[in-house]
Write a protein that binds this ligand. Structure first.
Ligand code: B3K
Ligand code: ZN
Length: 875
């Protein structure tokens, strides 16, 4: 494997006008015949050879214009096939054999239980046939699938089904035609014995679409929520962006064996079953939310990704950042906008900010990769969505919509770049976005400093904004970026003040910082105004203000922007925790500050005004979030210190607010049947949060959890209780786990939860338990969901037990990574990333992690996936 660079991008020398495939499925292998209609581009310069990607393909035949080529006329190496001498226009026929049953990497065509399915993005199609496997080569596809009719009654590919044929020996065949030219990464094929839930959708353009969700027969009763979500997404995209679906069928297939969440193949999405299957007995509120947003995300790709695709993989954020932005907007409209914003920012800080501050830091448009699959990152996706959101904020919603229209008008049916998108937004809005483009090329999270000064005589308030963009690996001395900063001011009474800014009176302002430092003047200001900055988190930066505890308490109580209410609470809590950690280090006695207790008490007392927001404010940061906070402050992370201090705070608050938590636990019950709707989700969240706090009380903790378990009548409540019970050394906790696994042993997704809660237990013997569970019949290293549920959960969701002084859990992870390296490098690469922040830790953890990384690095022939991550971490 070698590095790929954006600066080396060249268009392909050939045109591909049509792709015809014939996929013949046999007992233990699959034969793939492919016919490509190729011609050399007129402007292709000198007449070089033809190169096609192809990996792990057994060649059976290669013919050019109907003439069988002898082995001397082509060259096969580990990357693909080279034909040295080809005419200007020709048809190329290849016949290869592949072995899906042996494909444990789950990339290309592979076996998933009883079915066969594909995953081609980014570069998996080359494991199916010889092909120009690059996104800027687009062609209409005609695909014939042939298989045993009993074993594989359902045969699916992209586009529209054409003729079906019954053949000898119990075989049958079906032809699919996809009229929309597409790159190979959007190809899909599924064969199996599957149940199908059907529905219909009439598009605004008058097309009647058949909606089909395919699953294993035993899961047929769990597709209703996914179907409902799909219809909502189709309707929303017509309403908000004027975009309709364009084929007569839209199919979704759910499989338990999938490397990531889902895949937007044209007309035939393939999903990890966790983002399709749900009913109240088996799925939690979070699962229901996840399904609604991932179904929407993949559907939205039909326009942002498929109709307009990427010219090369460096442009990935063109489709991913934009589609995440679209799914965020969808969820905001379906559920609660302010809540969605808080959750998205929380996840941005938990995943993207650390990435941007670590060894894997890269701009949202990366400039180099060894393995493309390593760049499906929080940066490309979530920071990419923030960048789109900033454009939306700066040019306004109407211009943004015009920009989208223009983007499709210009580029429909093409493979384009991030630059093309920004240019459309620029042209539609008339706003100069030249400096803004730095967001695409500069990595790192900017730091924004804000301070205010009042000129009492003139009643002018000066707000100074100053930015710094930190160095990241390979990038230093960066330029100031464009930062949209939504701002308001509050009086001491909590009223939103009207001030004059640039001659106009208003009570909310959009400030756009374009230089290193700028002073903004507001007229008509009185004393004591409290600034509410970066409202709705209008730019993905670290904001540093000098607001006092009193000001923060005011914003927490009165800000009209829910995000900044939550944020004020966050800053208060984090400030307290940082102070306590300093006391802990200096061996001073720890005290719970009265002001924080009072502020949280008030939120809790008034929780019924907005239970969802209250629940967000009253969920303390996780230990992992505190590691990130320390790392951002450049304080070496000591896991026992974080654990000790956070527990101190949890126990004290639980005790002091006990009565309020008890009341909340009773008040926020949701009587009646389970319904997935925002009000009920919020009530369950508050109730189960109360249960969490009550579980911290020394004598009654377990009893309260156990009673909640006995009363639970949906998976949300059952999991809430079970995930608290596992921390206790009580025989009844074991009985709960046993009962749960007996009830759900046949349900793979619910068993994932069962593995996960045990991996997250705070009991000191958890690593031992995790190792033992690896031998459980329901566990498999070959199933990514199981690896994530057990090993992933322990290593990244249980940081106190993972970061042990003797480094034994690090050795455990290193061994798992090496196993995965030969089974499934993509999953292995995600797992090894847990070590990325090793340099932010104190000793001995830091050196112990370095040792584990070096042990992995010393293996010869590591996959490029793991080699790249480990190399950068150590580099
Ligand atoms: N585009 C896919 C992700 C493919 C990941 C390849 N390693 C799903 C999505 O973003 O919608
Ligand atoms: Zn996507």
């Amino acid at each position: 494997a070698s590095m790929h660079y954006l600066k080396d991008y060249r268009p392909w020398d050939f045109d591909l006008s049509e792709t015809r495939m014939d996929v013949s499925i046999h007992e233990s292998s699959v034969e793939v015949r492919t016919r490509l209609m190729l011609s050399r581009k007129a402007d292709a310069g000198e007449k070089g050879p033809l190169f096609l990607h192809g990996e792990d393909l057994e060649i059976l035949e290669i013919s050019l214009d109907g003439r069988l080529l002898s082995p001397k006329e082509f060259l096969q190496d580990s990357r693909g096939l080279t034909l040295f001498d080809v005419p200007d226009a020709f048809s190329l026929f290849t016949r290869v054999r592949i072995f899906p049953d042996e494909n444990t990497a789950l990339e290309g065509l592979y076996r998933a239980g009883e079915m066969l399915c594909t995953q081609c993005e980014a570069e998996g199609f080359r494991k199916i046939t010889f092909y120009p496997d690059r996104p800027d080569v687009m062609a209409p596809f005609r695909v014939r699938i042939e298989a045993d009719k009993k074993r594989y009654p359902v045969l699916l590919s992209n586009g529209n089904p054409m003729e079906r044929q019954d053949l000898d020996e119990g075989r049958h065949a079906l032809v699919w035609e996809d009229p929309y030219p597409k790159p190979s990464y959007l190809f899909a094929l599924v064969a199996g014995d599957l149940a199908c839930l059907k529905d219909r959708f009439h598009t605004a353009e008058g097309l009647d679409v058949s909606l089909e969700i395919y699953t294993e027969h035993e899961n047929a009763d769990k597709c209703a929520h996914a179907m409902k979500s799909l219809k909502k997404a189709m309707h929303w995209d017509e309403l908000v962006f004027g975009l309709s679906y364009d084929l007569s069928t839209y199919m979704i297939v759910a499989t338990n064996d999938f490397n990531m969440g889902a895949m937007e193949n044209k007309g035939l999405n393939i999903f990890n079953s966790r983002y399709v299957l749900a009913k109240p007995d088996t799925a939690t509120d979070m699962d229901f939310e996840g399904i609604e947003s991932v179904i929407a995300h993949e559907y939205f790709h039909n326009w942002t990704g498929n109709r307009v695709t990427v010219k090369n993989w460096f442009q990935l954020s063109l489709k991913e950042g934009l589609t995440v932005f679209r799914d965020q907007e969808f969820t905001s409209d379906m559920q609660s906008r302010s809540l969605k914003r808080i959750q998205d920012v929380r996840s941005l800080r938990a995943r993207q900010f650390p990435e941007d501050a670590g060894p894997m830091a890269h701009p949202i448009r990366p400039e180099a990769y060894l393995e493309m699959n390593n760049f499906y990152t929080a940066t490309v996706y979530d920071k990419g969505a923030e960048v789109i959101r900033m454009i939306h904020t700066i040019i306004g919603p109407e211009s943004f919509r015009r920009g989208m229209d223009l983007y499709f008008k210009r580029h429909d049916g093409r493979a384009v770049t991030c630059e093309d998108f920004v240019a459309a937004m620029e042209d539609a809005s008339g706003k100069d976005l030249s400096r803004f483009r730095l967001w695409y090329s500069q990595a790192g999270t900017p730091v924004l400093y804000a301070s205010t000064e009042l000129d009492k005589e003139k009643s002018i308030l000066y707000l100074t904004l100053k930015q710094e963009v930190p160095d990241t690996p390979g990038q230093s001395g960066k330029k100031p970026m464009t930062l949209p900063v939504k701002t308001a001011f509050f009086t001491e009474k909590g009223e939103q003040a009207f001030l004059k800014f640039k001659g106009e009176k208003a009570n909310a302002f959009l400030l756009v910082l374009e230089s290193e430092e700028e002073i903004f003047a507001f007229e008509g200001a009185s004393e004591g105004l409290v600034p509410s900055l970066l409202r709705e988190f209008s730019a993905p930066v670290h904001l540093k203000t000098a607001l006092g505890d009193k000001d923060l308490a005011l914003l927490l109580a009165m800000d009209t922007d829910s995000f900044n209410r939550w944020e004020a609470g966050r800053i208060l809590i984090n400030r307290t925790l940082l102070g306590l950690m300093e006391d802990y280090r200096e061996k001073r006695e720890l005290h719970l500050p009265e002001a924080l207790l009072a502020a949280l008490g008030t939120v809790l007392e008034n929780a019924d005004r907005d239970p969802a927001l209250a629940a967000e404010i009253l969920s303390l940061p996780t230990e992992m979030e505190l590691y990130h906070l320390l790392a951002a402050e450049r304080i070496p992370v000591s896991p026992p210190e974080v654990h000790g201090v956070r527990n101190f705070l949890l126990d004290r608050i639980a005790f002091e607010l006990k009565d309020l938590w008890e009341r909340a636990f009773e008040n926020f019950q949701t009587p009646g049947d389970y319904v997935f709707r925002p009000e009920d989700v919020a009530r369950r969240k508050m109730k189960n949060l109360a249960l969490f706090w009550l579980s911290r009380l020394p004598d009654t903790g377990f009893e309260t959890v156990y009673r909640a378990w006995e009363k639970a009548h949906c998976m949300t409540d059952r999991m809430a209780a079970l995930s608290l019970a596992v921390h206790f050394d009580d025989q009844r906790a074991e009985e709960m786990l046993d009962a749960f696994s007996r009830q759900f042993e046949k349900d793979a997704l619910v068993m994932d939860k069962w593995f996960q809660v045990q991996a997250l237990s705070r009991r000191p013997d958890t690593l031992k338990r995790v190792s033992e569970l690896m031998a459980h019949p329901a566990f498999s290293m070959k199933n990514p969901n199981k690896v994530r549920a057990l090993i992933g959960a322990f290593c990244s969701g249980n940081p106190f037990l993972f970061h042990q002084k003797d480094g034994s859990p690090y050795d455990f992870l290193a061994r798992r990574v090496l196993e995965l390296d030969s089974i499934n490098p993509q999953v292995g690469s995600r797992m090894v990333s847990v070590f990325n922040p090793w340099k932010t830790f104190a000793e001995p953890w830091r050196s112990a992690m370095e040792k584990a990384l070096k042990a992995i690095d010393s293996k010869k022939d590591l996959s490029p996936d793991i080699r790249e991550v480990v190399g950068r971490a150590l580099g």
